[in-house]
Design a protein around this ligand. Structure first.
Ligand code: GLU
Length: 423
């Protein structure tokens, strides 16, 4: 059975098909050679399950989405206080490559603009391992595969990197750079040229969503405190000079990169990544922003949306005898949003019910968001197609219009009917 969550991700791509505004980044010549039509989306739960649709294996350079990770590593190495001595946490409202430092502090305003990111990169260099190798090791640990560098992108940017070099000299002059400017910039540019897919990014984001622990390997990569801090800075400074607009509309900590990727983190729930290379005037993927907006609305991702639980909708699975026949009862609970019903859908796909009768007990369900409704009705359709009989116990009428996606009605019973018919 194909997961309805994948079907949903397909629709995100279909619904944004006609968005072809924006332009490829051309200040790094190699990025201008990207296929503008390429598109992909992935999400990863804090349990480590990845769902991806579109050009899921397409690799592109991570660019500025590497910045939160370099910053997080610098915090792990030196402690937050020491890193704050070098790099501020104030949104700059300026473009990512602005040639300026905070006039009051003389420091880069934050680690998400290039000045702060070059300073963070220099902070993670150690005597034995070059900073860029440490970053590649970190990306590989997070993505659970060997991440390498797109050498064509790296040399293309190195050849045109005067602006970053200018920034690094400015930092050096103010005493804020712990490496030689050319070495720091070369390393930073190679860090940005790490080649990733949306799957990789979703896993990386899920580690941040999971308080710094890689969800599949169980390794603690970043401390809880460091993760909280990095996510806060992503929320206020992650989307270039459109950060305020982003926080109000999409509402999750995120970081975009000039190759066309955007990575978002909903703490405690999921990591998300989208890719489409045409950029809007702020330097964010134009179609990617639209995809993220839809994901946020459909899945109830906005941080300021109250009362969305991180806990699973699946409370327990029971067996019973109904009208003399064995039945499986899925007992559901809480608000049904995509991240809370994911474990239910996965359970049904991985361990399909062995009984003909399948009962969903929604007595403890509070609210069902549209995508959760759609995903669960598709799951019901698939179960009916496989010969199961579905009975819904929904005394609060949380899903008044529930039917399978072929339009076939689903049997509804009251709690009393369930009791009367149980042996
Ligand atoms: N390597 C790019 C630069 O420094 C990253 C920019 C970005 O993705 O925002 O210009």
């Amino acid at each position: 059975m194909r997961s309805p969550i994948l079907d949903y991700l397909d629709t995100i791509i279909e619904q944004t098909e006609d968005i072809n505004s924006g332009a490829l980044a051309d200040y790094i010549p190699e990025l201008a050679a990207a296929d503008p039509e390429s598109v992909a989306v992935a999400l990863c739960t804090v349990n480590g399950t990845v769902y991806a649709s579109g050009d899921t294996d397409h690799r592109f350079s991570i660019q500025s989405m590497s910045k939160p990770f370099a910053y997080a590593l610098a915090i792990e190495d030196h402690g937050l206080e020491a890193v704050l001595e070098h790099i501020g946490v104030e949104p700059s409202g300026e473009a990512f490559n602005e040639l300026s430092l905070d006039p009051e502090t003389g420091k880069p305003r934050n680690p998400m603009i290039n000045a702060g990111a070059i300073a963070a990169h220099a902070l993670i260099a150690d005597d034995e391992v070059p900073a860029v190798d440490r970053m590649l090791g970190l990306f590989s640990q997070l993505a659970q595969r060997q991440v390498g560098i797109d050498e064509a992108v790296a040399s293309s940017e190195l050849a045109t990197g005067d602006r970053n070099l200018g920034l690094a000299y400015l930092l050096h002059a103010s005493g804020g750079l712990t490496q030689d400017p050319p070495a720091a910039v070369a390393g930073y540019i190679r860090q940005c040229a790490a080649s990733v897919t949306v799957r990789d990014l979703a896993l990386m984001a899920a580690t941040l969503a999971n308080a710094g622990t890689q969800p599949n390997t169980g390794e603690r990569v970043f401390s809880r405190k460091g993760t909280k801090h990095v996510l806060s800075v992503m929320a206020s400074c992650g989307m270039y000079d459109a950060a305020g607009d982003w926080l109000t509309t999409v509402g999750i900590p995120a970081k975009s990169g000039v190759a066309g990727g955007i990575m978002g983190v909903l703490p405690g729930q999921i990591g998300v990544a989208v890719f489409s290379p045409r950029l809007d005037p702020h330097g964010n993927s134009a179609r990617g922003v639209q995809m993220m907006q839809r994901l946020s609305e459909d899945l109830g991702l906005h941080l300021m949306e109250t009362g969305r639980p991180a806990r699973s909708s699946l409370r327990e699975i029971r067996t019973a005898t109904i009208e003399g026949q064995p039945a499986t009862i899925y007992v559901l609970q809480g608000d049904m949003v995509l991240s809370s019903i994911e474990s239910l859908v996965r359970e049904i796909i991985e361990n399909p019910p062995s009984t003909d009768i399948v009962i969903f007990d929604m007595t403890r369900v509070d609210e069902v968001l549209p995508v959760a409704r759609r995903t669960s009705s598709e799951t019901a359709t698939k179960l009916i197609d496989e010969g199961h009989r579905i009975i819904l116990i929904d005394p609060e009428n949380t899903v008044t219009d529930f039917q399978d996606s072929q339009g076939r009605p689903i049997t509804r019973w009251s709690t009393q009917q369930l009791e009367e018919n149980s042996d």
